[in-house]
Design a protein around this ligand. Structure first.
Ligand code: F6R
Length: 593
């Protein structure tokens, strides 16, 4: 999603802004731009495509460095990807960068056109710049920004420059924004990673806060009153642009999985910490999340129902926020999010909190909105995930849900199959085995990468894994892919099966093995090329392509199978020459509805 960086200080402004934009690249974007104040004139440079193209353009124009500036990576929402729609936008005396969506932009635009304003872009953001310029005709800067707040409906994080002013301004509502406090200047950023190279001291702006930055000082106002806010220290590390010898962040992040899982298991090795993951007091759970995080929830649903005997439902946050909630004082809502900034998940959390329902977040970013506002949280601590497609953060979400199911089941005296916590420690080395055995994938990869469509089938927990495997494949390789409950395919979708279409069956659940195999035979009979991903003990004798993994137990096998699917998606995308770490149209953190 869009990213913001602003800087005022003694360092080279263009360098700081470009470094910030490079650090924000992982969020996903399609154009970028900077505005800097050079000798009291604003220079605006924008470019479609990668930040490296913007950098080339800046160099070719031989722009002098400025005393302050703002910059932006844009992920198109209102208006297509082109230079005019790229940020910053300058109207009259006002230059802005904007994250979020202004819902009443069309109404405001009509009024501003009547006041003589012309618009060069299709964006809602340009309307904000025009409106502030209009307000500045009659008022001073701070009063004008206060008036702007009153007229804007929607979400916004804004970095603002006003001609002839020697200050930078920042303003937010519902879209994340912080200011960084450094020894050699001050910053505005939508995400701490943009400025962590320069400072780890920051202040989170709350909705309605206006920050005024100079090189050596800052002030924050809300409702015309000056306010004091706590300066926080970030523990985030510099975005790890080092791929550790791998060609892509995605592959490096899959390789990190054994280590990050080990770290998580160490945290709960002492059963005194189990209180955090014991949900035995709840009678029903709603898991609410988006995309892969929701699919992690589907794995959790199976485990929580089967082992902890708690009725569990899974919802897309974009639906849950608007639906009627059926709950009582024994209901828990679990929010799952890597970024902790997904707009729909935040909105769902706030709805739930208003109703007084208990909330628990499984979240990776400890500084995020969800981590700050939720009742209680479990941090996945995967570290920063740079590739847009989630891998290590997803697997940790599943691992946390497995731990929750295990501990809750243990506390309720329901544990069966002789599973013990020490079994969880088999997981890192078994994932290592999966990672090292990729030679076996070659045939499957070459079959998939030639296809334009494929299907994943499974039952129970295996269906939950299919959902993630299918998403991973389609998002980075652009192959159309669908995941189906194995028994459902014949109720309509089987009409799409024709000669040569790959169908991948996941079989890690012993009780459902024969059922899924018979569904696979149904598609084989119609010409499908079948592939089975299963465990050693469930391997069948049919003649299809197989990837066989060493099994651990029911709490853990889903993670092993998912690791296979992540690697398959990676190698297929590699074979097809796709931009693996930054797939088209996607954003790392989806901060709009
Ligand atoms: C897919 C992917 C997305 C995210 C989803 C939720 O690889 O990364 O589907 O899982 O956008 O994001 P978070 O977890 O940040 O709330």
């Amino acid at each position: 999603m869009c990213g913001i960086i602003g800087y005022i200080g003694k360092n080279n402004t263009i360098d700081v802004l470009l470094n910030g934009l490079y650090a924000l690249e992982y969020r996903g974007y399609d154009s970028s731009g900077i505005a800097i104040n050079v000798d009291n004139k604003i220079s605006l440079i924008r470019s479609v495509g990668r930040v490296s193209k913007l950098e080339e353009k800046i160099k070719s124009l031989n722009i002098k460095d400025g005393v302050y500036g703002i910059a932006h990576t844009r992920w198109a929402t209102n208006g297509e990807t082109n230079i005019n729609n790229a940020h910053p936008h300058k109207v009259g005396r006002v230059t802005i960068v904007h994250n979020g969506i202004i819902e009443n932009a069309n109404i405001l635009k009509e009024k501003l056109v009547k006041e003589g304003y012309h618009f060069n872009s299709d964006t809602d953001s340009e309307v904000v710049a025009a409106l502030l310029d209009y307000k500045l005709r009659d008022d001073n800067i701070l009063d004008s920004i206060e008036l702007l707040k009153k007229e804007l409906v929607g979400s916004y994080a804004l970095g603002i420059i006003i001609d002839e002013s020697d200050e930078l301004y920042a303003l937010r509502k519902d879209s994340p924004l912080l200011i960084g406090i450094g020894d050699s200047g001050n910053f505005i950023a939508s995400d701490i990673t943009a400025i962590i190279k320069y400072t780890s001291d920051y202040i989170l702006l709350d909705s309605g806060d206006i920050a005024v930055l100079k090189a050596n000082s800052y002030e924050i106002y809300n409702g015309n009153k000056k306010i004091n806010k706590e300066v926080l220290k970030s523990t985030s590390s510099n975005i790890d642009n080092d791929k550790n010898g791998y060609n892509h962040h995605m592959l490096k992040e899959i390789m990190d999985e054994p280590q990050v899982i080990s770290n998580l298991l160490d945290r709960y090795n002492n059963s005194r910490n189990w209180e955090e993951v014991d949900l035995s007091k709840y009678k029903s759970i709603d898991i609410v999340a988006c995309g892969s995080a929701m699919y992690a929830g589907l794995v959790g649903q199976v485990l929580l129902e089967e082992y902890a005997n708690i009725k569990t439902s899974v919802y897309a946050a974009s639906e849950y926020r608007y639906k009627k909630k059926i709950y009582n004082d024994k209901t828990l809502v679990i929010l799952i999010s890597q970024s902790g900034e997904t707009a729909d998940t935040i909105a769902a959390m706030r709805e739930v909190k208003k109703l007084g329902i208990d909330t628990l977040a499984i979240v990776n970013n400890s500084n995020s909105t969800i981590a700050r506002e939720v009742d209680r949280k479990i941090l996945t601590e995967a570290g920063v995930e740079v590739a847009v497609a989630t891998t290590k953060a997803y697997i940790l979400q599943v691992c946390v849900l497995s731990l929750i199911s295990y501990v809750t089941s243990y506390k309720k005296g329901l544990l069966k199959d002789g599973v013990s916590y020490s079994d969880f420690y088999k997981l890192p080395s078994l994932i290592d085995l999966v990672i090292k055995n990729t030679d076996k994938y070659r045939e499957v990869v070459s079959m998939l990468s030639k296809s334009e469509s494929c299907f994943f089938i499974g039952r129970g927990i295996d269906y939950a894994i299919c959902m993630e495997g299918s998403l991973k494949l389609k998002e980075i390789s652009y192959i159309h892919s669908e995941a189906y409950q194995a028994g459902e395919l014949k109720h309509g979708t089987i009409s799409l099966i024709e000669k040569g279409i790959p169908v991948i069956a996941i079989i890690t659940d012993k009780t459902l093995k024969e059922k899924t195999l018979s569904n696979l035979r149904e598609v084989e009979a119609r010409g499908a090329e079948s592939i089975v991903i299963t465990t050693e003990e469930l391997e069948d004798n049919d003649k299809h392509l197989k990837i066989v993994i060493k099994s651990a137990n029911r709490f853990l096998d889903s993670m092993l199978a998912v690791c296979v699917l992540q690697l398959l998606a990676y190698y297929v995308a590699l074979d097809r020459g796709c931009d693996i770490d930054k797939p088209r149209n996607l954003a790392k953190s989806v901060t709009v509805e």
